[in-house]
Design a protein around this ligand. Structure first.
Ligand code: ADE
Length: 252
């Protein structure tokens, strides 16, 4: 897919890796402050891009996606970051590429079916197939080329790439009860995070293709806070830089 300008988002700086620094070494980068966020407009591995940090949560993500589309004229959006593993075989260090996304905490029942976005008549929003395929290929290449170093340096065992449902909500899931409630309610959920479905909804409303790639930082249980912080500070940037750089080089 040839992109006029790709919007690239993450929630936290570690989730963006060295992308902005790489853009700066490649050429001029215009920094624009808007809505208490900085947007960096320039060339990302040969792809015209607007890159920004959304901060955490669905409102922050939706507002940022909207600005990327309307102010920075992004014609596709990619989100990169970490997530909690929900399905039992999704482990720390694995990568999940969303096929579809939904808000696990949206509930206007009994007025509307649980999870459905009122008046939009749907709960699930599909990621763009070709962007997601390209992210999946980039993640697989990253793991094939750097998986060995990952296991040596960070004790990540044989990471895998998964495709499927990613669920989003304004809540950090960090208990056995919350995790099992999520699994019971949405048995096909692979991973949980706090932004993806909001971006997918905004992109759906505007007919803009989007994709979400998430590295698993924790398994959404009582160990999640410590695992999340450790993963974020030690390795999240390595994953994000490795995956996004391969994705962009292939797209350029
Ligand atoms: N992002 C990373 N881990 C998460 C979790 N356990 N819950 C929600 N968002 C997350």
């Amino acid at each position: 897919m040839k992109m006029t300008r790709l919007g690239i988002m993450a929630a936290l700086p570690q989730e963006l890796g060295d992308l902005i620094a790489q853009m700066r070494t490649a050429g001029e980068v215009r920094a624009v402050t808007l809505g208490r966020r900085e947007y960096f407009v320039g060339d990302a591995y040969g792809v015209p891009a607007a890159v920004t940090l959304a901060r955490v949560g669905k409102v922050a993500a939706a507002a940022t996606a909207s600005a990327l589309i309307h102010v920075f004229e992004a014609d596709a959006i990619v989100f990169t970051g970490v997530a909690g593993g929900v399905r039992a075989d999704v482990r720390v260090g694995d990568v999940v590429v969303a096929d579809t996304l939904m808000q696990h905490d949206l509930d206007a029942s009994p007025l509307f079916p649980r999870y459905e976005v009122p008046l939009l008549e749907r709960a699930r929003f599909d990621a763009d197939r070709s962007l997601s395929d390209a992210l999946g290929a980039a993640a697989a290449a990253f793991i094939a080329e750097e998986g060995h170093a990952l296991s040596e340096r960070f004790a990540v065992a044989a990471p895998r790439v998964h495709r499927g449902l990613v669920v989003s909500g304004d809540r950090f899931i960090a208990s056995h009860d919350a995790l099992f409630a999520l699994r019971d309610a949405l048995p096909d959920a692979l991973a949980v995070e706090m932004e993806g479905a909001a971006i997918a909804q905004v992109c759906y409303e505007h007919g803009v293709p989007c994709a979400v790639v998430r590295t698993i930082s924790d398994t959404a249980d009582a160990a999640a806070p410590a695992s999340f912080v450790e993963f974020l500070t030690s390795i999240a940037a390595t994953y994000s830089s490795g995956i996004v750089s391969r994705f962009l080089r292939a797209a350029a």
